[in-house]
Design a protein around this ligand. Structure first.
Ligand code: ADP
Ligand code: ASP
Ligand code: MG
Length: 411
């Protein structure tokens, strides 16, 4: 008997009609003879609303209390789906993160799953009951509720699929697969039949939010078969596969996809003393506050023996970053602290980059031709990212999609 984990995202759960249609899909999967566990997101927009409440209550909110607030959206949808399933005659029960439990570390608001207890799920499978699990939440060693970072329900689903050794983890969302770029901003984006774990990991980490980065990392480690498909239509989606599973003979482009991320904030410290240890002095307080720094640019030293240092942090960590740096102004010795949230990181990703030169240069010239200025650059083995003015996001993504030959033929 196939064992399947089905995960439904926010748009798929937005309102009772949609919850019913999700219940219908679950019923159909079960009717095909599968053992099913379901992971749900909060209704679309709900988590944003809850996050905003926390920010309004205090910009420097306690992440433990933030978790109490933002985890509530999934509690609502898991209960509603269980009710909708029961109403159809399908035995169903919801299990909150602490009830299974899904154990996490204590990095509140960005917690990592340490383990999933599969006992409840195994009992549910054995009795023919559908277990409905709220995504995005778990419980830390101290018994406090913890959330997994935005988009974290994907990771909940993969962790559960790994724990029960599911045949597949189906991620139902509002697009019918993984595309060469966000199909909402580039109508000519092409659907990928398959994408490798590694490329998906990189695409997700630079903003292709169709899967949360950690979910892909976990799927790769645990070899969970992940499929992305639409909860609004039928038809096949995109399989995330190992490089060895890619079809032979299919012509691969050098670049697999283009992604963008508007959730970065740029910080510049001016007139930092140009001496050993100065940069370490900037990043240590940020590391202590568990803030991930992404792109970094250090300008050439001024004649005065000082330099400007620019870097990006997640926009959601901006207030805490400015606070940490402000408190350390004297120790670091900078003159001014400047920030900008109207920036966007645009990235191109592809394993083909390993064997092809000129990928970055194509990117820089394509952007230059459209007069798009580059504020920072970062590269990895299979990725090139640039930071640009947010206003140029759509244009940059389209231009790069065309420049790398990714546009679908016009219908
Ligand atoms: P869910 O609520 O189902 O988790 P998300 O909003 O988190 O859905 O992710 C789906 C969205 O990801 C799509 O609506 C699409 O706009 C966006 N997206 C970004 N990049 C891609 C891509 N390369 N392929 C498909 N969707 C993408
Ligand atoms: N509801 C959470 C969010 O919006 C988790 C998720 O949807 O995956 O980030
Ligand atoms: Mg999502």
């Amino acid at each position: 008997m196939a064992r399947i984990v089905m995960k439904f995202g926010g748009t798929s759960m937005a309102g009772i009609e949609r919850v019913r249609s999700v219940a219908e899909r679950v019923r159909a999967e079960r009717a095909r003879g599968s053992e099913v566990a379901v992971v749900v997101s909060a209704m679309a927009g709900e988590t944003d609303r809850l996050v905003q409440f926390c920010r309004e209550a205090s910009p420097l909110y306690d992440p433990r209390e933030y978790d109490v607030v933002v985890a509530s959206g999934e509690q609502v949808t898991s209960g509603l789906l269980a009710i909708a399933l029961q109403a159809m005659g399908v035995p169903a029960r919801s299990w909150l993160g602490w009830q299974l439990p899904i154990r996490t570390d204590d990095a509140h608001a960005a917690a990592r799953i340490e383990g999933v207890d599969a006992a409840v799920l195994e009992r549910a499978f054995a009795s023919g009951e559908v277990a409905v699990i709220p995504g995005f939440q778990g419980v830390d060693a101290g018994g406090r509720i913890a959330t997994l970072g935005r988009g974290g329900s994907d990771t909940s689903a993969v962790a559960i699929a790994a724990a029960v050794r599911a045949e597949r983890c189906d991620i139902y969302t509002d697009v019918d697969g993984v595309y060469t770029t966000d199909p909402r901003i580039v109508p000519r984006a092409r659907k990928l039949r398959a994408v490798t774990y590694e490329e998906m990991l990189e695409l997700a980490s630079v903003g292709a939010k169709v899967l949360q980065t950690r979910s892909v990392g976990l799927a790769m480690k645990e070899r969970v078969r992940v499929q992305v498909l639409s909860s609004f239509g039928d038809g096949s989606g995109t399989m995330v596969v190992g490089e060895d599973e890619l079809e032979e003979g299919v012509e691969r482009q050098v670049i697999t996809g283009v992604a963008y991320d508007k959730n970065e904030a740029k910080i510049t410290l001016t007139d930092v003393p140009d001496r050993p240890g100065a940069v370490a002095g900037i990043f240590a307080p940020l590391a202590e506050a568990s803030i991930n720094v992404d792109m970094i640019v250090q300008n050439v030293a001024h004649d005065t023996g000082s330099t400007d240092v620019t870097f990006t942090v997640p926009a959601s960590d901006l207030a805490r970053s400015l606070d940490a740096l402000g408190r350390n102004q004297e120790a670091i010795g900078y003159a001014r602290l400047v920030h900008d949230t109207r920036v966007c990181k645009v990235s191109v990703v592809g394993v083909g980059m390993r064997s092809h030169a000129g990928v970055a240069s194509t990117m820089f010239s394509a952007l230059a031709q459209r007069g798009i200025n580059i504020l920072a650059i970062a590269t990895s083995e299979i990725k090139v990212s640039v930071l640009i003015d947010e206003d140029f996001t759509e244009l940059a993504v389209r231009v790069l999609h065309t420049a790398y030959g990714l546009d679908a033929e016009a219908a």
